[in-house]
Design a protein around this ligand. Structure first.
Ligand code: PEP
Length: 257
């Protein structure tokens, strides 16, 4: 993998979204078996983010082999009168080591602002979880030439001051590429990831220099190698293609030399 920042261990993370019943655990078990077996020597971390209902069952069934687990969202408070919500502490207790915050589907469907996303990332730190903070422009913003400005604003306002390379992962996910089969060109990904790296390094110094930057948006087995080879891309956040172990593992295998 090429990277402008030296040796950052990449991460391939799967976001199952609102998909997965108990039968789906078989897919997670297949990922665990491959990651603990034939792919154990690959220099890449792997993570699955199942729906909250499956998290505890998945961490119980699939732990111990290198595969790690995340929540898809958390409330900013540790507990309280927030019907239907899940706290970072609850995710931690269920076996998660990370939580996705600020996914564009949360920002759009639940009107989450940058301030809300930042509070959720701070909650992740409080609970001892890694915050996977998502940013990305809409198609209208891209067409208007606003991509870099939008992403810079989201980074400035969604990423807490306490962010470090150890507690934070940034996922650049152009909204128009999510679930559509469309992807930006490698050159476009390089431009945005380069800008993110510069912003983070300016703000966080060495921590910004070493923070993992994932690309997300229609990553599939057939485009993973090209996208993951882009400068400053330190892994992928994968939606649809993470639901089947064979597809997810084919993406992880993009790191085979
Ligand atoms: C996502 O939801 O984070 C995502 C990238 O989805 P997909 O891979 O299906 O585009």
């Amino acid at each position: 993998m090429t990277s402008g920042v030296g040796k950052i261990r990449p991460l391939v993370a799967g976001n199952w979204k609102m998909n997965g019943l108990k039968a789906g655990l078989r897919e997670a078990e297949a990922v665990r078996d491959a990651v603990a077996g034939p792919l154990a020597g690959l220099a890449v971390d792997t993570l699955l983010a199942p729906p909250a209902t499956l998290l505890m069952a998945m961490t119980t069934a699939c732990s111990g082999g290198g595969l790690t687990f995340a929540g898809q969202d958390c409330h900013s408070n540790a507990s309280g009168a927030h019907t239907g919500d899940v706290s970072a502490e609850m995710l931690k207790e269920a076996g998660a080591t990370a939580v996705i915050v600020g996914h564009s589907e949360r920002r759009a469907d639940h009107a989450e602002t940058d301030a809300v996303v930042r509070a959720k990332a701070e909650a992740a730190y409080r609970a001892g979880l890694i915050a996977i903070i998502c940013v990305g422009e809409t198609i209208g913003e891209r067409k208007a030439g606003e991509t870099l400005a939008v992403v810079a604003r989201q980074l400035a306002q969604s990423v807490p001051e306490a962010a470090t390379a150890a507690n934070t992962v940034i996922a650049y996910e152009p909204v128009w590429a999510i679930g559509t089969g469309l992807t930006p060109s490698p050159g476009d990904v390089a431009e945005v990831h380069g800008a993110i790296r510069r912003d983070l390094t300016e703000r966080f110094g060495a921590n910004g220099h070493e923070m993992r930057l994932l690309y997300g948006g229609s990553v599939k087995p057939d485009n993973a190698k090209v996208l993951l080879a882009v400068d400053n891309v330190n892994g992928a956040l994968v939606g649809g293609a993470s639901l089947k172990a064979s597809d997810f593992l084919a993406i992880v295998r993009a790191y085979e030399s």
